[in-house]
Ligand binder design. Structure first.
Ligand SMILES: C[S@@+](CC[C@H](N)C(=O)[O-])C[C@H]1O[C@@H](n2cnc3c(N)ncnc32)[C@H](O)[C@@H]1O
Length: 308
């Protein structure tokens, strides 16, 4: 069952409070907590199935995670073509992903040269955050929801041996794949950590840059994610995020009509909500630029900001 917390009456009726981010922080009831856990488990199951599919080279049976029935591992791609609501599930429910138009690996161009094939095939992002991260040699970077590690490996190259690239993900199967990919790539300045993006086991100000690729929309506790972004980024550090973002006019219910939560659609924030949350968390110079449509009124966007 697809539980849509963000389209629920509880959340839909909340007003935006810029001082605390969106939705406002307040005590979470036991019932809500259980629903968040359930939804997170559903997300984890889906991405575990995708990782297994890529690792074994076998398409998933049944609903097949993001691949959908009948799709092969080589067709993995987040956010299928923007052909309408029925196709608007991120990662192409029903095997509708068009590798030529999908988001993930098509946004990297020549950057992918030399990466392990499995890292490229398991690319599930909505864009290329590294294109705007301006990573420098010696910097430390954290990828929230790193999946099979494509952005961690690319970041590791850019920051070089004196820098460090961390990848955090909650799905063990994805991390297994990421570690295998890192070994194959010969990357020694990387570290993968199993954790929730809402509670990252790194110290305050641990990194110069946080990147993320089609993950924050999946969070069931977005205020916690924005708080972690601010805590983990050193003052003057930066964010480079690719994510699905909804036009401001779309209500949470209308977003949910366009695709599922696990499919990266229903949990998307609007442009105003994203900006307000980042500013309230302690970021400045917030820029949110849509790059391409995902479905009616919803876009893949590149989000940049600087930690105050
Ligand atoms: C759409 S995939 C994107 C993976 C990767 N960023 C990429 O570009 O290929 C979403 C990833 O986020 C992870 N994820 C989802 N919710 C998470 C959470 N609350 N904490 C940590 N990881 C999460 C999933 O396990 C999955 O690997």
């Amino acid at each position: 069952m697809d539980i849509d917390l963000w389209a629920s009456d509880t959340f839909a009726s909340m007003s935006v409070d810029q001082s605390v981010g969106w939705p406002p922080r307040r005590p979470i009831t036991v019932r809500e907590d259980a629903r968040m856990d359930q939804q997170r488990d559903e997300v984890r199951r889906r991405y575990a199935a995708m990782a297994t599919s890529v690792a074994t080279g076998r398409p998933e049976a049944g609903d097949g995670g993001c691949l959908g029935p009948g799709a092969g591992a080589a067709d993995v791609g987040c956010c299928g073509p923007a052909t309408g609501a029925e196709d608007a599930d991120c990662c192409g429910s029903g095997g509708e992903v068009d590798p030529g138009r999908g988001f993930g690996r098509d946004r990297y161009g020549d950057d992918l040269r030399g990466l392990p094939e499995a890292a490229v095939r398991a690319s599930l992002g909505s864009g290329n955050p590294l294109a705007v991260a301006d990573l420098q040699a010696g910097e430390s970077v954290l990828d929230l929801g790193c999946g099979a590690g494509i952005d961690v490996l690319l970041a590791a190259r850019l920051v070089g041996p004196s820098g460090k690239a961390y990848g955090v993900d909650m799905t063990p199967e994805m991390l297994d794949l990421a570690r295998t990919n890192a070994t194959e790539a010969g990357a020694t300045n990387v570290e993968f950590v199993e954790a929730l993006m809402e509670d990252v086991p790194l110290t305050d100000g641990a990194v110069d840059v946080v990147v993320s690729n089609c993950v924050i929309n999946l969070s069931t506790d977005k205020p916690a994610v924005f708080a972690e972004l601010a805590r983990l980024t050193r003052p003057g550090g930066r964010l480079a995020i690719s994510d699905v973002v909804a036009e401001d006019a779309l209500t949470p219910g209308e977003r949910a009509e366009r695709g599922s939560h696990v499919g990266c659609i229903a949990g998307a924030l609007s442009f105003d909500e994203y900006r307000g949350s980042l500013e309230a968390a302690g970021f400045t110079e917030v820029a949110i630029e849509p790059s391409h449509a995902v479905t009616d009124g919803m876009h893949s966007a590149i989000v940049r900001a600087v930690r105050r």
